[in-house]
Design a protein around this ligand. Sequence first.
Ligand code: AMP
Length: 138
Amino acid sequence: MSKDCVFCKIIRREIPGSIVYEDNDVLAFLDISPTAPGHTLVIPKEHHETFLGTPRRLMHNVLDVAQRIGQVQIKTLKAQGVNILINNYPPAGQSVPHFHVHVIPRYGKTDGLKIAMVEHLDGDLNFPVVVEKIKSGL
Ligand code: AMP
């Protein structure tokens, strides 16, 4: 638990949250500023800053609940699609430093989420060097 973390405060019930699921390890609640109705955040109860630094078992438990919520969004909320989004660190758009999975139901063109690869790099991208760097780090 982190004293000042807004998501830890929801876990401790110090601030309100629209909780849809809870177990020993995981909490899920509606995003306070949804991009679509039903936009849900799934978090581990233990405080870890990012997905990348979360212990594997806990990370799997969070993703398991995220999958189930996505299934419910299709079945019960009648979403036509679901985006699963995890931002890691501020340059990637992370604003709350407590690992969370966005589970965002999509209803066609009437919501506030835009995901687009607007620029594709070209030139010498040095694929063989990048492949070696990633492979050697795994
Ligand atoms: P990210 O930009 O990936 O860190 O997403 C953080 C998300 O947390 C944003 O979509 C916020 O709307 C949401 N958020 C921030 N504070 C709260 C809160 N008190 N209850 C629910 N969602 C929150």
